[in-house]
Design a protein around this ligand. Structure first.
Ligand code: ADP
Ligand code: GN1
Ligand code: MG
Length: 363
């Protein structure tokens, strides 16, 4: 993306300060994200070209973001000492008052940049994991009062295990990229666990766990910490939709308690770090303990396995499909990611008892 083009797009948003420079930012797998620095006093902006291959209805997506951020902003403004411009996303309207811009190069939105933050693709310390847990736990409280009827289900069946498995087996049968033969062991890994992995959906259908409003994409780099490594803000609100608490806890553990990176090539370096798991769980439960039911708590440890499995399954499906969904940086990237997830699932299976015990102790 040419800087000149970014400047033109920036100029159409109702932002403060002249464009100084713009460059790719962050390590998200979905949108094209750019940081815009300005000559003004403010922190600058994020410009994002929305991935419309995935989010087909940008109107609905942006309505959701507005509803969610306005709801959170209102709640934060009632909390003494809070700073809504840094503790939630702020969508900047276009000069014509719209929540996004559609031009020849795509659909664009603009956020206030949250400066002086730290973001991690791999968690290093128990302190960071604890703060991540607090941030996500607090976020659950902030969105709890949202009216579900005002939220569009922009990605239907996003964490529906049955649908994800179905889709996997369909792609496997078609084998469009001719890759199935090289992933036999991975396929077996999926088949052996498919039944167990539907547990949360089953409990939901039986009415045993409540459907809440959840974030649904709580990987650690969607949490910003401040310069002291303390919980600051949960970002990437595209997938806020009805869901089970297990989606958020599990997905967060998948990244927060991984000893290595999501795409580590050396699988011997990949295992669940129980110290990080416990620290995250402590922060999370401090914020949510009163709200969660005993049965929800009982399945939190399992949810880490389940969410790590489902994201691995999606990486593997995308690999078989020829890499159409997640951004990849080299051939085989999705397979590497899938294998990290599966290695992590195995490690969590080995430590199942300890993981359950932690929740019993902290819950
Ligand atoms: P994706 O869906 O592609 O992951 P995100 O919305 O998570 O897109 O943005 C990608 C990255 O950009 C984030 O992980 C974060 O590092 C950075 N980012 C996004 N929005 C902001 C913001 N308002 N302030 C600071 N950094 C941001
Ligand atoms: C994507 O948007 P990002 O990079 O934070 C994906 C998540 C996956 C994650 C795996 C909308 O998250 O569901 O868990 O990659 N987001 C979407 O790293 O599909
Ligand atoms: Mg993201």
């Amino acid at each position: 993306m040419e800087e000149q083009a970014l400047q033109t797009i920036y100029g159409q948003f109702d932002a403060q300060g002249a464009f100084l420079k713009g460059y790719p930012y962050g390590s998200g797998h979905i949108h094209d994200t750019f940081r815009i620095e300005t000559d003004g006093k403010g922190p600058g902006y994020i410009l994002q070209r929305i991935n419309t291959n995935i989010f087909k209805d940008v109107d609905h997506l942006q309505q959701n973001i507005l509803r969610v951020t306005e709801h959170i902003r209102k709640k934060l403004s009632g909390i003494p000492g809070s700073d809504p411009d840094r503790e939630t996303l702020t969508l900047i309207p276009t000069r014509t008052g719209a929540s996004y811009l559609h031009d020849g190069s795509g659909y664009w939105r603009c956020y206030l940049f949250i400066d002086r933050h730290r973001s991690y693709d791999r968690v290093e310390t128990a302190g960071q994991a604890y703060q991540g847990g607090r941030a996500i736990g607090r976020f659950e409280q902030l969105i709890a009062g949202l009216d579900p009827s005002g939220i569009h289900e922009v990605l239907p069946a996003f964490h529906d295990m049955e649908v994800r498995l179905d889709n996997f087996f369909k792609v496997l049968e078609k084998d469009p990229a001719n890759r199935a033969a090289s992933v036999r062991e991975d396929i077996r890994f999926v088949e052996e666990r498919a039944e167990e992995m539907m547990t949360i959906q089953r409990l939901g259908k039986e009415g045993k766990i409540p459907l809440r409003i959840t974030h649904n994409d709580t990987k650690f780099n969607n949490v910003l910490l401040d310069e002291n490594d303390e919980a600051l803000c949960v970002i990437d609100l595209d997938t806020v939709m009805p869901g089970y608490i297990h989606y958020d806890f599990g997905d967060a553990i998948r990244t927060s308690a991984n000893s290595s990176f999501e795409d580590e090539k050396d699988l011997s370096k990949v295992f669940v770090r129980l110290d990080l798991y416990e620290a995250f769980a402590r922060g999370f439960l401090e914020e949510t303990r009163e709200e969660l039911t005993p049965l929800e708590k009982e399945y939190l440890a399992f949810s880490a396995r389940m969410m790590t499995f489902i994201i691995g399954l999606r990486f593997l499906t995308d690999h078989l499909d020829g890499d159409n969904y997640f951004k990849i940086h080299h051939p085989g990237h999705n397979l590497e990611r899938a294998r990290v997830q599966f290695k992590l699932v195995s490690s969590m299976e080995e430590h199942r008892k300890e993981m359950e015990e932690v929740i019993r102790r902290l819950g």
